[in-house]
Write a protein that binds this ligand. Structure first.
Ligand code: XIL
Length: 321
């Protein structure tokens, strides 16, 4: 994942060109950033990322058409007006970004993070603006519209919290699976699950649980992409060597299982260098001791870390696909 503001920095650009074959915009394609007002489309930053990918012969993921966190205020207001208005706003969003990048996107994250059991709704659906206005059918509408506007792109549902051996993630695995089953029963045109894979070094990971989950998704006939891989080291001690080893070990264990599943077709990390990571920016993820998080393959000065080698070994050991 990268941003228009990073591809202008030579160290970022060099590392991305050397290391990556797929790019995704970290924030530049999000709704709030691309349509701050109803009549104002601002594609400049997204286009910069798209053009960088094209120039360097990389694929491009589209992230994301519909996400509750990136809603522009005007859209939130409009959605409340009526069912018709909400439908129109959703279709306009998908059509406008879909048309802008038509033919250039390998996979669209059509809907991001639609599950949140704590919201207390049936099936664990998140109580988002589009859900309140349109019910679960907002996903059907988003996927159908995405297919109309760019039929050649893969279409993903993307979500977090499906990785670890803890109760709330077990619930999320179940809720995502049953959502996917309902979508398929309604013939919604989805072909991919995006697994964000924001791992946490302090949570247990169990190979068998994750393997079984991937198999069940694959059994639905879906492709799987690992879309936002990183490892949050917040709960680990300050010592760099200890953190780097724990991050690398978890990376290797996770990717070995992921890549064993033939339906897993890609792995993207959420950034490339610890110089920039949302884990060090967001107040609720930042380390309490003020040190930068070390959850990405390159350190702050763009040196390969043990995590880089863990990824390389997992890729080398992976069955051909
Ligand atoms: C994050 C970005 O990394 C931050 O810079 C931004 O402030 C908030 O969004 N799940 C997603 C991503 O799908 O879009 C989020 O990205 C991280 C969690």
């Amino acid at each position: 994942a990268t941003s228009a503001r990073h591809i202008d920095i030579s160290e970022f650009a060099a590392a991305l060109q050397r290391e990556c074959s797929i790019l995704v915009g970290e924030n530049d394609f999000k709704w709030r950033n691309t349509q701050p007002q109803p009549d104002r489309k601002t594609w400049g930053h997204a286009e910069a990322v798209a053009n960088f990918a094209q120039r360097h012969k990389m694929q491009l993921r589209g992230h994301t058409m519909i996400w509750h966190e990136a809603m522009p205020p005007w859209a939130l207001e409009g959605i409340k007006e009526s069912r018709e208005r909400a439908t129109q706003i959703l279709r306009d969003r998908v059509n406008s970004i879909g048309a802008q990048f038509r033919g250039r996107i390998a996979t669209w994250d059509v809907v991001n993070e639609a599950i949140e059991r704590r919201d207390g709704l049936r099936h664990g659906m998140r109580n988002s603006a589009f859900f309140s206005a349109l019910g679960e059918g907002y996903l059907d509408l988003a996927f159908a519209t995405a297919k109309e506007i760019d039929p050649a792109a893969h279409r993903a549902y993307n979500d977090f919290g499906m990785d670890h051996e803890v109760d709330w993630q077990r619930d999320r695995r179940r809720d995502v699976l049953t959502l996917l089953e309902r979508l398929q029963a309604r013939k919604v045109p989805i072909d991919t699950l995006g697994i964000q894979a924001h791992l946490r070094a302090d949570l247990p990971f169990r190979e068998n649980t994750f393997r079984t989950f991937l198999r069940r998704v694959a059994d639905l006939g879906l492709r799987i992409e690992i879309t936002e891989f990183d490892v949050n080291d917040r709960a680990l001690p300050a010592d760099t060597a200890i953190r780097d080893k724990a991050v690398a070990d978890l990376t290797r264990r996770y990717l070995d299982v992921a890549l064993d599943e033939p339906k897993v077709v890609s792995v993207l990390t959420w950034g490339i260098s610890d110089r920039h990571s949302w884990l060090s920016d967001m107040p609720d993820r930042r380390r309490a001791d003020g040190l930068r998080q070390r959850g990405l393959p390159f350190d702050e000065v763009f040196q390969r870390k043990p995590m880089w080698h863990a990824i390389a070994k997992a890729f080398d050991a992976a069955p051909a696909r």
